[in-house]
Design a protein around this ligand. Sequence first.
Ligand code: GDP
Length: 255
Amino acid sequence: MSKTAPFYNGAPGFPYKTMTTNTNPPTTPDTASPPEAQPKSAATVAAGWLHTAKFLTTAPQLHFLPVLEVPEIAFVGRSNAGKSTCINTLTQQKQLAFASKKPGRTQHINLFALGKQGITDAVLTDLPGYGYAAVPKQDKIRWQQVMANYLVTRENLKGIVLMCDPRHGLTELDEILLDIVRPRVQDGLKFLIVLTKADKLTRTEANKILSITKLQAGGGEVRLFSATKRIGIDEVSLILWNWAHPAAQSAAATQ
Ligand code: GDP
């Protein structure tokens, strides 16, 4: 099948208008202005943007994915790392990523479109969780290949978010993934390790795992995150917004 194969879900074309990049920078609050005149904070802009996430399509294999030109941000991680909860928290939607947990879809690549006023300006990709013990070995191997292929060949891939439960640290499969993406990260692909369930750590434990993971991240960033205690949500939201809107970011920096 060619790369321009139609959507796996049978849709004849892209279910959105055009794919342009919004270049309006998120601004920082102006404390001197009266409340009604204050521009939205950068974190509010990023959160509003993430909230627009809508299910776009699902694909059992790489070649069924639509070819897209907008920036794509992939979420990867071991099963149970907290990936679905993180995606739902960032997009402020209860069920969005749990679509990926529906029977028959757990091994699929699920895409969510982002963008204001119906104009898609980025896509979030939820890749199947790996390392789940009950999955037959053959399926595991097949999935590692699909994922490796995706991470190496997906042309519009702009950034990768690796979810990690800090109580387990980076696992062998996480390390394999890091090795796979390292050349692309060296070429400018963005990379972020999200240490989930940070509410389960003491401050000392959190600082320790943060330092260790920063050493392992090979040029990527690392953030602590907790859906339940709402730690790191603004920070991660802003990182993703900036990845998808680099022109706006540099415009804001030069203002
Ligand atoms: P996934 O398999 O990576 O998509 O993981 P899930 O999002 O389904 O989460 C796995 C388990 O971790 C579930 O029981 C969640 O309730 C729990 N979990 C996820 N995020 C957090 C968090 O921030 N704090 C705590 N304490 N538990 C979490």
